[in-house]
Design a protein around this ligand. Structure first.
Ligand SMILES: Cc1ncc(COP(=O)(O)O)c(C=O)c1O
Length: 405
């Protein structure tokens, strides 16, 4: 399928730049010029590319983002706010952008209970959805999640319809599913696709979409949260990625690898999640010595991220390298203690053990709480945070806990 933005970029004539960006090397990285269109008010190649994306993704309006799914999450939540929603039912282990947006926009998150028996957060069940949505004006689900599980979108849609409430989906990891019935956009009123994660787009490329009456508030919202200086290389890559064909050979290789490696029996072929328990760090170090980098190591699991641009040979290499590696049993996470209240103190991970966490914190990626607000901090999780390369929710390595304990 024709890529309008790439064609425009290729057809440019050399010119002298008295415009941004300041590197003064006009090429793919240009700004709003008479022939390049304007993301904030598109009428040319960007309008054509977004219209094609809307057709492919099945929306009534799709908006390209060059600031990641984060700006899509903010835009969706602001659109909900514009239509009067104040209490948003969200998974306890939603991405940090969901909690940040709720905080910034003055929205009240109603947490959906999620089990985490095998050391990763399971998708919320029907009962949690019913109880959560009853207390909220709207529902937001993450589908698929970073561990490759789909949210119960069909049930969520039915519940939202029954209660006349909107459904939003954080599909930061699900853009490649638009060919299938598991695609969040088939169920949600508003959804974001992080095309840079599971399709071949440049980092930060994403699309946020809506259906019916949600297009207008979403369009208003993206105007608030999207940069006014969008990157044309990213825009071009978003269009390319949305039009990228399905790769059944790599999908089959991934499913075969999962079976051969005893991976988590998840729903999504792009996420191979291997249980290593306490030997996760050693396995990661071994793979890095062989030039193989997983997406993340959460201390229990190593997660390997594929896309339609992955090569079957690389999947086979992963099987060869990981098949014989030593594994320990995974550590289950404790149940949430429920939200406590009171004054907050920031303490070292060692001092935090046994106390109730006051601000969600975790490892980057997956950027979901390793310790959710309201969870009792265990020695194992405190040690994991202390040893992690990149974290969020900590300040100077200190964990926020409630004082009164
Ligand atoms: C579930 C989920 N939502 C949203 C985001 C934010 O995406 P981005 O990094 O593209 O801003 C992420 C990023 O990891 C994510 O995992």
């Amino acid at each position: 399928m024709r890529c309008h933005i790439v064609r425009m970029l290729r057809a440019q004539r050399r010119h002298t730049s008295f415009h941004t960006p300041g590197h003064k090397r006009p090429g793919a990285d240009i700004t709003e010029l008479p022939y390049s269109d304007d993301l904030s008010d598109p009428t040319g190649v960007i309008a054509a590319a977004q219209a094609d994306a809307a057709r492919i993704l099945g929306s009534d309006g799709s908006f390209f983002l060059t600031d990641g799914s984060t700006s899509g999450v903010f835009s969706m939540l602001y659109a909900l706010r514009l239509r009067g929603c104040r209490r948003i039912c969200v998974p306890t282990y939603a991405h940090k952008s969901v909690f940040h947006a709720c905080e910034a926009l003055g929205l009240d998150p109603v947490l959906l209970a999620q089990e985490s028996a095998q050391g990763y957060p399971a998708q919320p069940g029907q009962r949690a959805l019913e109880e959560g949505l009853a207390q909220a004006d709207a529902l937001l689900l993450t589908s698929p999640d970073y561990y490759g599980f789909f949210a119960p979108l069909r049930q969520a849609r039915a519940l939202c319809d029954a209660q006349g409430k909107p459904l939003a989906a954080d599909g930061a990891h699900g853009a490649h599913l638009h060919f299938t019935s598991a695609y969040a956009g088939r169920y949600a009123d508003l959804w974001v696709d992080g095309v840079h994660k599971s399709l071949p787009a440049l980092t930060q490329g994403a699309v946020v979409s809506a259906r019916g009456a949600w297009v207008a508030p979403l369009q208003e919202a993206v105007g608030y949260f999207r940069t006014s200086s969008p990157s044309y290389p990213i825009l071009a890559s978003v269009e390319y990625a949305v039009k990228y064909p399905r790769n059944l050979a790599v999908e089959r290789a991934a499913e075969k690898a999962k079976r051969a490696l005893g991976a988590l029996a998840n729903d999504d072929w792009t996420k191979i999640v291997l249980p290593f328990g306490a030997s996760a760090d050693a396995a990661e170090a071994y793979l890095e010595r062989h030039g193989v980098y997983p997406e993340f190591n959460d201390g229990n699991y190593l997660m390997f991220y594929l896309s339609p641009a992955s090569r079957v040979g690389d999947v086979r290499k992963l099987v060869r390298l990981t098949r014989g590696l030593h594994r320990e049993p995974v550590c289950a996470a404790p149940a949430l203690a429920g939200r406590a209240a009171g004054e907050v103190a920031e303490v070292s991970p060692e001092e935090a053990v046994g106390r109730t966490c006051a601000r969600a914190c975790g490892i980057v990626p997956p950027c979901v709480p390793l310790i959710a607000a309201g969870e009792v901090v265990t020695a194992q999780k405190a040690a994991r945070l202390k040893g992690a390369r990149h974290t969020f929710g900590l300040r100077d390595g200190r964990i926020a806990v409630y004082r009164e304990q």
